[in-house]
Design a protein around this ligand. Structure first.
Ligand code: IPM
Ligand code: MN
Length: 368
């Protein structure tokens, strides 16, 4: 019997509510598949600030280091909005976790079921069969982490701030490999997004990507697009993409655009994979829903748990090598929302709604 060892960091507002349901789904699946769940729960984000003085408490980081993966909820909210940007829950929890575990590969599926077309701001004619694309974002390099990153006062008294966008070949190659592997499991097409008409880092990015695919993945259809055009194309015809692949800041922006065209944030999961391997010789990863903490609906038991449950499925796939089990959970979520017609408020569009727990019950029922 294999043991799945992971850290559970529920976070704030709806974070713990949807996490409870994801853990219930995991427990159900574990019993059926003869797996043992071994997890510990720790504070992160606002809960970290309130209970330990910082968004990523040392004890939480230590707990995560003992695990093979992190199942993450959502962090932040109005309570901590007045803090300086560097101390705010989102930034002060996620960026150090990405650095600590070298989580260089961010995988965000952009999936919209045909039955949920109303959720998308795009006209249905543009996406008659829904949306099914993936964004692969480099997550530990580029302008987010490049040095120098400073604010100084000039001689004339005005202030000047600098961020540095920097990439080296090895950083580009390792994320190119993730894009390639992802594409091979899908439509075999990768569109690499850059700004090679302006930025040095993008000129290098494109050259490295071209060389890497030519040498290692000549069978994949590789294309290139400038980021401004990619933003337009996503809004015009998202399904022209299979795997969108880009650097850190472009990926931050494009993946959010992708999320909004896919409708409810309550349906979108993500994985951030590390360079290191866990005790199972699989990548350590952090798995989190794309939506935020939704303070306005927290405590009411109405949040959509699907994104958290789908994030747990991604954890099974990438950090525990349980692809078939992950696929079962994904199918159970899809059936609950489409065929069975269970809808939380965010995806109801006039249909009767269920709460967080009832949605998870429907998913568990589909798991048999
Ligand atoms: C994301 C978030 C983070 C980012 C913030 C909270 C630091 O927007 O995960 O996309 O910019 O990467
Ligand atoms: Mn973002």
């Amino acid at each position: 019997m294999s043991t799945l060892k992971f850290a559970v960091l529920p976070g704030d507002y709806i974070g713990p509510e949807v996490m409870t349901e994801a853990l219930r789904v995991l427990a159900h699946v574990a019993a059926k598949e003869n797996l043992t769940l071994s997890y510990q729960v720790a504070d992160v984000g606002g809960a970290g600030i309130d209970n330990h003085g910082k968004a990523l408490p040392d004890s939480t980081l230590a707990l995560a280091r003992e695990a093979d993966a992190i199942l993450f909820g959502s962090v932040g909210g109005p309570k901590w909005e007045k803090l300086p940007p560097k101390e705010q829950p989102e930034r002060a929890a996620l960026l150090p976790l990405r650095k600590a575990f070298n989580l260089f590969a961010n995988i965000r599926p952009g999936l919209l079921y045909k039955d949920l077309l109303d959720a998308s701001p795009l006209k249905s004619e543009r996406i008659p069969n829904g949306i099914d694309i993936v964004c692969i974002r480099e997550l530990t390099g580029g302008i987010y982490f490049g040095q120098p990153k400073t604010t100084t006062t000039l001689e004339n008294g005005e202030q000047q701030a600098v961020d540095t966008m920097v990439y080296k070949t090895s950083e580009i190659e390792r994320i190119a490999e993730v894009a390639a592997v992802t594409a091979k499991a899908r439509g075999n097409r990768v569109c690499s997004v850059d700004k090679a008409n302006v930025l040095e880092t993008s000129v290098l990015w494109r050259k490295v990507v071209v060389d890497y695919f030519a040498k290692n993945h000549p069978d994949i259809a590789l294309s290139h697009m400038y980021v401004d055009n990619a933003a337009m194309q996503l809004a015009r015809d998202p399904n022209q993409f299979d795997v969108l692949f880009t650097e850190n800041m472009f990926g931050d922006i494009l993946s959010d655009e992708m999320a909004v065209i896919c409708g409810s944030l309550g349906m979108l999961s993500s994985a951030s994979l590390g360079t290191g391997k866990n005790s199972l010789e699989l990548p350590f990863g952090l798995y989190e829903p794309a939506g935020g903490t939704a303070p306005d609906i927290a405590g009411k038991g109405i949040a959509n748990p699907c994104a958290q449950i789908l994030s747990a499925a991604m954890m099974l796939r990438y950090s525990f090598g349980l692809d078939a089990v992950a696929a079962k959970i994904e199918a159970a979520v899809r059936k609950a929302v489409t065929e069975d017609g269970f809808r939380t408020g965010d995806i109801a569009f006039g249909k009767p709604t269920v709460g967080t727990k009832a949605m998870a019950d429907a998913i568990i029922a589909n798991l048999g």
